[in-house]
Design a protein. Structure first.
Ligand code: XMP
Length: 515
């Protein structure tokens, strides 16, 4: 792999993603990794990430010069650029002047910027500056605050930039990173969806052998792609379990039962638990109580199905050893690094399995980013409706009904949600929206007029948000004509709804969901 050494910047994961967008596999490692540990990974190249603003800072992480004796191509970014300059005998001046945000880079030569605009905007975030490049390096760019803003030494396959090529505010950044990988490091662009899928299928085969596996499908992207990969690897040794709790959106069960099965040929068990869930939720309007009931019943249903599958296998003289989970790389990195040594939390997407069942986890997506998961899903032939699906909460429509949950209310919300989703898709807005919860204010009524008569119906709330990771979000400025179409259709087509309102709250202070 290309190893991205994380000097503590929030950018390390993004750098790894950008390297992979250049079709070269990369992983993040902590800066505490020793040169021996790095060498043992046999990296094709090393990228040093940004980090604290100064190499002179008290607790600035150190860079071991021995890294440069390995003959491995190295690219330094921001702090990594300065640390590299210092380690190789250049000068980093403790200027104290800061350059932050959009800055003009003046290109003075070199491979990385060859043919790109002579002055170009780049995203900077630094205090100190490199004033002398190490011996043998060509200075290839400068800015007002950084006399040496980029350098390279092609002979030794070393280069670096003071700015952040990985952020979109550096419009040529991806090209510069790609050129480092291709033209300086000499790497082949082999990290493609079809290669990834092939490799993962092979790995699952090796791990599972002729064992049996079980996978809980949530209807979401990750579990669907994980299941599809494992299905391709081991066929009918995999059983998928899908709990229909009656709180799904229009078409979701069909998506799993028809489209997913048609695309993958997976063996699927659906648990029809609608009556149980609605019974338990009867009369409950407190959000936390709803969530607890749903969590508990979900585990019960899943356990029941697993016991059935286990029972069937036991009857045939076999056991189920493996549980498939759709854990992704960001979760792995955030819980202690991707190198497999640190404490990696296992995600209990399906939660609370009987404790005496010791499943081994199969996590085929644990080294992938979300966009790669989607690409692999497409490669495996999953339909776009599944692969491009927006996030949807486990407790489903129950937490989008403000008030108690009834079958009628679910039907009303389901219909309004389907209209909103359809119109957003037709308008081509799916890519701009992280997700758009549609909420029924079941305990609120307002007066309206329709035809000749007075109505006294419920409001529907549209909550379109834009976000990178759901931790923070902004409300999406949807075009008025799209809002108008959604509003008109919902009030005309959905009985009991006479008003559509738009939620214009960011997160924080509002959460994305209403409950
Ligand atoms: P909030 O409402 O906390 O939501 O801003 C953040 C993201 O998480 C989703 N969400 C859930 N997903 N189980 C899930 O699998 C849940 O209980 C749950 N609650 C919220 C929400 O849709 C948004 O994407």
């Amino acid at each position: 792999p290309v190893l991205v050494v994380d000097f503590g910047a929030q950018y390390a994961q993004l750098i790894a993603r950008r390297v992979r967008e250049a079709k070269v596999y990369s992983e993040v490692i902590p800066h505490t990794a020793t040169v021996d540990e790095i060498a043992a990974r046999k990296p094709l190249a090393v990228v040093l990430s940004g980090g604290p603003s100064s190499v002179y800072a008290d607790d600035a992480p150190q860079l071991d010069k021995a890294l440069f004796d390995l003959g491995i191509p190295v690219f330094g970014i921001c702090y990594g650029f300065q640390a590299m300059a210092q380690a190789l005998g250049g000068t980093v001046a403790h200027t104290g002047t800061r350059e932050y945000g959009r800055t003009q880079l003046t290109v003075t030569g070199g491979t990385l910027h060859d043919g790109l605009p002579e002055t170009q905007p780049v995203w900077m975030s630094h205090g100190d500056a490199v004033t002398d490049a190490p011996a043998g390096f060509e200075v290839t760019g400068s800015s007002d605050g950084a006399p040496v803003a980029a350098f390279e030494c092609r002979d030794r396959k070393l280069a670096g930039v003071q700015y952040h090529p990985e952020v979109l505010h550096s419009p040529h950044g991806q090209e510069v990173l790609t050129r480092f990988l291709r033209d300086i490091a000499g790497l082949e662009p082999t990290w493609t969806a079809s290669n990834i899928a092939d490799q993962l299928v092979e790995q699952v085969r090796t791990q599972v052998g002729d064992g049996r596996a079980i996978c809980g499908l949530s209807g979401g992207v990750d579990s669907a792609v994980a299941a599809a990969l494992v299905q391709r690897a081991i066929g009918d040794q995999l059983t998928c379990v899908f709990v229909d709790h009656g709180l799904l959106r229009a078409g979701e069960r069909e998506q799993v039962e028809k489209d997913f099965v048609a695309a993958t040929g997976a063996r699927l068990v659906t648990v029809d638990a609608k009556a149980t869930f609605l019974g338990e939720l009867d009369g409950v309007s407190d959000p936390e109580t709803k969530r607890k009931i749903i969590g508990r019943e979900f585990i019960r249903s899943f356990e029941g199905a697993v016991s059935d599958v286990l029972g069937e296998n036991a009857a045939q003289g076999g056991t189920v050893e493996f549980l498939v989970q759709g854990t992704l790389y960001p979760d792995v990195v955030e819980s202690g690094g991707g190198t497999g040594t640190a404490n990696i939390k296992s995600h209990h997407n399906v939660g609370g399995l009987p404790e005496d069942l010791q499943f081994k986890l199969v996590e085929p997506l644990r080294l992938l980013f979300k966009d790669e998961v989607r690409a692999v899903g497409r490669e495996l032939g999953l339909p776009e409706e599944i692969v491009a699906r927006q996030p949807f909460p486990g407790p489903g429509l129950a937490i989008r009904i403000v008030g108690s949950v009834t079958e009628d209310r679910l039907a009303t919300l389901r219909q309004a949600d389907a209209i909103a989703r359809e119109e957003l898709t037709i308008a081509g807005l799916d890519n701009q929206i992280w997700q758009c919860p549609v909420v029924l204010l079941a305990d609120v009524r307002s007066v309206g007029v329709q035809g000749d008569g007075r109505t006294y119906g419920h409001p529907i709330v549209l909550r379109p948000v834009s976000s990178e990771d759901a931790m923070t979000a902004d409300w999406t400025r949807l075009p008025y004509d799209v809002l108008e179409r959604i509003s008109t259709r919902i009030t005309n087509e959905v009985a009991d709804v006479n008003r559509v309102v738009l939620d214009v709250t960011s997160k924080p202070p509002g959460t994305i969901e209403w409950e």
